[in-house]
Design a protein around this ligand. Structure first.
Ligand SMILES: [Fe+2]
Ligand SMILES: [Fe+2]
Length: 198
């Protein structure tokens, strides 16, 4: 009975948050490490990280929340509508914000030192806002979903999530992103990733 109240769909959202949070925190750590050692960061790794953060949530994560979970939860918890409106708004703005950050990274890479501080500031602001977004979902949305969604809802949500993984629906499959995630992990220097110390 308890197991039925803990749908896999909600666990998948949490797992994706953890992977994204690890990527975002690593990005900030890499920048701090490069500054401490008075050298330029590994731009290949940073570019791959931002590409991943740009592509993965847009293709896989946000649609699960905005299209599948939120509409169900809105029916059961109308009092959470303003929170979900704010989160939907973040989802809509996400692509524009990460593109701006990618541009700031390119400026740092091509113009060098004079653009380092601007990119660091932009990256820290972006990461803080993203982590806060996920924290709100973990604090207010997921517990409410576990509380109010019945077994039927959970079943329907799991089925919808399974369909959402199908590339035929227009959403990319996890398998598409897994090799990129692994490559970033291998390229990022220890202790962040698995590569040689930076
Ligand atoms: Fe979200
Ligand atoms: Fe999320």
């Amino acid at each position: 009975m308890l197991a039925a109240m803990k749908p896999t769909a909600l666990d998948i959202i949490r797992e994706e948050h953890q992977a994204l949070a690890a990527m975002l925190r690593s990005l900030v750590l890499l920048l701090a490490q490069a500054r401490r050692e008075s050298r330029l960061p590994d731009f290949n790794v940073l570019r791959a990280m931002l590409f991943y953060v740009d592509e993965f949530p847009e293709a896989l994560h946000h649609p699960k929340e905005s299209e599948l979970l939120f509409p169900r939860l809105r029916e059961r918890c109308p009092e959470l509508a303003p929170v979900m409106a704010r989160l939907d708004d973040d989802h809509r703005k996400g692509e524009r914000e990460v593109r701006a950050l990618q541009h700031a990274l390119l400026a740092f890479e091509l113009l060098g030192e004079p653009r380092r501080a601007a990119f660091e500031r932009a990256a820290e602001g972006y990461v803080a806002a993203y982590l806060e977004h996920m924290a709100i979902e973990e604090r207010e949305i997921l517990p409410a979903a576990r509380r109010v969604l019945g077994a039927d809802d959970c079943q329907a949500l799991d089925t919808a999530f399974a369909a959402n993984r199908d590339p035929l629906t227009g959403h990319a499959a996890e398998a598409e992103f897994a090799p990129l995630f692994q490559r970033i992990l291998l390229a990022a220097p220890a202790p962040i990733g698995l590569g040689p110390p930076g």
